[in-house]
Design a protein around this ligand. Structure first.
Ligand code: PLP
Length: 397
């Protein structure tokens, strides 16, 4: 007997992938320079040079049996130490190498964390719209419920009345993703402090800790004066989920971690539950070579010059045309209001008329908007502006 649920999941179309594949096909017909593909969140800046240098050095100088052999199940000791040192040096976070679990990317980190703090279909994990739709899949194995807090359409911070309304005695955790996919918004320190105060009050009321799950793959992608608030320094019961997919441009290498800071309540049990869950989903003994590489590159930071130039060009050009959007201070996404109010119709027309590929964010809990992943070339952005202008005029004139 084949499990029908997984057949359906495995075989279901992805709107983002479909757009991306359409772009590849069109590029063969009209030329890649005439396709403006804002669909995928795949980094467009290369990993720092030290990454490739370290790979070459390891391959040439270290015993291949060790380089390619199994690592410790929860990650190499020296790697977990390097991660904890880096977090403590930069954020004074209270990270303990013995409470870090290395995972195969951030999705595995999120899945293991949700499995660790839930126990069946009555339990709820809260997410705040707009949110990354892969969270639905994250709830799949623990079979818990994803509770969605509607967006704050004013500035895409958090609608606190709506958040409070969604928290109840079944709530086990709240996912906070900042910088945010799809909005690019960075939650202010004031926003984080308000969430912390609300969750402290609610935890007391229900008599158990409601954890914050800080989903932070974009932590280092922040521009101008914006600052990413370190949530565990404000709310003790925070579990940090991270990967180097975006910060070091290594999404294909599948490397990340869960950090349970020392101040977390029930931290020992929580940590071992994460390790157990991580093993159950097969995110065990993460890639050995890449653990060694990231350990050597742990202090490397991305050069954001290209993303920042893209962000400025796209933001200035679209606002000049008349588009409205959330202030994009981080990640490499922009969340733009569709002038016709129907994002699917906008996306279809943009695709068919202009080879302009934009993602409707209905499935991100934010209908009427489109996500633009501006991790593309500067020329792609420059050349796409007339298409955005024609689309705007078509719907407004
Ligand atoms: N969380 C958010 C908000 C993301 O946007 C992504 C990837 O795009 C992930 C988690 C997953 O990261 P990874 O590719 O490291 O599993």
């Amino acid at each position: 007997m084949i499990n029908k649920k997984y057949v359906k999941i495995g075989n279901s179309p992805s709107a983002i992938r479909d757009l991306f594949n359409y772009g590849l096909e069109q590029a063969k017909i009209v030329g890649p320079e005439n396709v403006y593909d804002y669909s995928l969140g795949n980094p467009s800046i290369p990993a720092p040079a030290k990454v490739n240098e370290t790979i070459k050095w390891l391959v040439d100088n270290v015993d291949p049996i060790k380089v390619h052999g199994y690592s410790a199940a929860r990650g190499n000791d020296s790697f977990r130490e390097a991660i904890a040192n880096n977090l403590n040096k930069r954020f004074n976070l209270g990270a303990n190498p013995d409470k870090i679990c290395v995972t195969c990317g951030c999705i595995a980190a999120l899945t293991a964390t949700v499995m660790a703090i839930t126990d069946g279909p009555d339990d709820e994990i809260v997410t705040i719209a707009p949110f990354f739709p892969a969270y639905y899949g994250v709830m799949g194995i623990p079979r818990c419920k994803l509770t969605i807090v509607p967006a704050d359409f004013e500035n895409f911070q958090i609608n606190f009345d709506a958040l409070e309304e969604k928290i109840n005695e079944h709530t086990r955790g709240v996912i906070i993703n900042s910088p945010n996919n799809p909005s690019g918004v960075v939650y202010t320190e004031d926003t984080i402090r308000k969430i912390a105060a609300l969750l402290e009050r609610k935890s007391k009321e229900y008599g158990y800790p409601i954890y914050i799950i800080a989903d932070e793959p974009y932590r280092e992608l922040v521009y101008g004066d914006a600052k990413v608030t370190c949530i565990p320094t404000i709310y003790d019961n925070t579990v940090v989920c991270y990967s180097w997919s975006k910060s070091l441009s290594l999404p294909g290498e599948r490397i990340g971690y869960v950090c349970v800071p020392d101040k977390c309540e029930n931290g020992d049990d929580l940590y071992w539950a994460v390790v157990g869950a991580s093993s159950e989903i097969g995110s065990v003994c993460p890639p050995s070579l890449i653990q060694r590489v990231v350990e050597a590159c742990i202090d490397e930071m991305p050069d954001l010059t290209a993303y920042d130039a893209n962000r400025t060009l796209l933001y200035n050009s679209l606002t000049e045309i008349g588009y409205e959007m959330a202030k994009p201070d981080g990640a490499f996404y922009m969340l733009v209001k569709c002038p016709n109010g129907d994002a699917k119709a906008f996306s279809t027309r943009a695709k068919l008329e202009h080879n302009l590929l934009v993602v409707p964010t209905d499935s991100f809990g934010c209908p009427g908007y489109m996500r633009l992943s501006y991790c593309v070339s500067y020329d792609t952005i420059k050349n796409s502006i007339p298409a955005f202008k024609e689309m705007y005029e078509y719907y407004t004139k």
